[in-house]
Design a protein around this ligand. Sequence first.
Ligand code: UTP
Length: 289
Amino acid sequence: MSIRPVRKAVFPVAGLGTRFLPATKAMPKEMLTVVDKPLIQYAVEEALAAGIEQIIFVTGRGKGALEDHFDVSYELEATMRARGKSMAAIDGIRQKPGSPVYVRQQEPLGLGHAVWCAREIVGDEPFAVLLPDELMVGSPNFMAQMVSAYQRVGGNVIGALEVSDSETDKYGIISPGAQDGALVEVTALVEKPARGTAPSNLMIPGRYILQPEVMGVLEGQGAGAGGEIQLTDAMARLIGRQPFHGCTFSGQRFDCGDKAGYVQANIALALARDDIGPAVRAFARRLLD
Ligand code: UTP
């Protein structure tokens, strides 16, 4: 079997972000900033650095700020230029003409449904999915690590991260088979298993490399856990038909869809910065004392 390259990435950004109200009442969750960059930009940069060529956003109503972020900002750029200001902070955000591609999810029926909304743009090739509210920090980045793993085994490769027993009911969980370095065979998947019933402590974070056949499975799939059309349920049906692996990540994950995770991301990334790190560290020390 020849392993086809992953050229396209889908970014589902049509969710309502109810856990982050009131911040997300009129602003997309994916535009929340960690230090000085919106979450969506971290995810797009991760995909591009992993070799992805086409960016596909699945958006919904009220997400216009996302589109503007990757566009030209004439007034801002003209004013900055006229004032002789450095453009370094906004260089490279604007995408090439015709990119990104935007498709619409008219109703937020769940992650599986959001991915399915991109089916016509994805077509008949493998694709990545990145959930921008999960910020992954590592070098090489998580998607790059997953692409390397995918190039060895092909099929479907999803993230696999360890969580504590008390957290398994919040996530999609992997039933693990044979392990080979960073890769673990996936023998089954279950979305948000009831406490005490999880097959392992390996959760599925918001990074996936999937074969296009998942779109056919999602077609007409009913609602699963939480009344949502679940990507996990569709992926589970590919197991046994196609190679299916989990990939561990040497790096850090921040759940920025959650208030505590978001604040932790800001602290960690601010402390790691050369420009503001020393001031933030000194302040944090005073505060904690
Ligand atoms: P979440 O599970 O975090 O859902 O979605 P949410 O609606 O954004 O947030 P809460 O739970 O109400 O606070 C994970 C990712 O999937 C997208 C979201 O935009 C987010 O990037 N998503 C989710 C969709 O695009 N459509 C959906 O129907 C559901």
